[in-house]
Write a protein that binds this ligand. Sequence first.
Ligand code: ATP
Ligand code: MG
Length: 293
Amino acid sequence: MRNQDAASLLITRTEIEKSTVKRNTAHTLKDDFDPLESVLSVDIQSLPRPGGGELLSAIHFAVNAGECLAVIGPNGSGKTSLVRAISQELTHLKGEIRLRGRAMSALSRQQRARQVAVLAQNDTPDMRLSVEDYVALGRIPHAGDVPRNADDAIVAKAIKDTGLQRLRRRSLVALSGGERQRAALARVLAQTPELVLLDEPTNHLDPPGRAELLSLVKSKGITVVAVLHDLTLAGSFADRVLLLSQGQSVICDTPERVLVSEYLYPVFGLTSFTVPHPHTGKALRIFEVPHCA
Ligand SMILES: Nc1ncnc2c1ncn2[C@@H]1O[C@H](COP(=O)(O)OP(=O)(O)OP(=O)(O)O)[C@@H](O)[C@H]1O
Ligand SMILES: [Mg+2]
């Protein structure tokens, strides 16, 4: 693509601002969030599936401040549906989802967006946006809260932390899958949320990039719910792991208790065992698909 073509695809920040409805700055963030409550508590008795049956049922867990919960399960087990239920994209559930003690369903979209950022599995941003302008979208829920230069500093830091400085003026269309995933994470960080919901945030990243991304989110002290297919990653980063099967919770406990054959075999057909690291002696968990061994 010629530079001129690429440039014409860029939407400038001024254009975004023009198209952004000016928010009411008299927001009600401080209203009644209870700092002593779990950041997230999920009590889903059932979530109906359009067309009949249930997408999710019997899922109950809480996530405390700074904790990282990995959600694992086979394709179609309900991981994305759970993320969508928490983010209130799917409503009509029987049960309650609470953020610091307040019902999510009672919060305005803006109140939620100030506290909860979502990196969705099938995000389809406007690919004409530059990295910088895409990341700046994370500041929209906070419009008017802080001076413009503080917003700019937050965006610049998110871009730096995700290693995208060199690419900040590129349009999203001209990024690789992994670079785009980093940009999506930078947008999430720029939102300065208390809770992030990450749906397969690392599937385009190389192995060091995967660990780096999760370390980065954890280092910010943000509470994390992350859908992960990489069980090794789940084992090393999560404080707890929620295993889903057919829309239901099988177990939610520490990685050591969940990532064992007793639970993984019936759900995934996987066996799991540990071997000592040849140099450090530390226990390494191995996952095996028996018929491929
Ligand atoms: N809107 C919908 N209407 C009907 N069925 C749906 C709907 N959304 C999801 N499903 C079905 O619900 C089940 C769970 O879907 P979901 O996307 O939550 O799975 P997942 O665990 O995220 O899978 P994957 O690992 O493939 O991303 C699947 O069988 C899917 O086909
Ligand atoms: Mg999914």
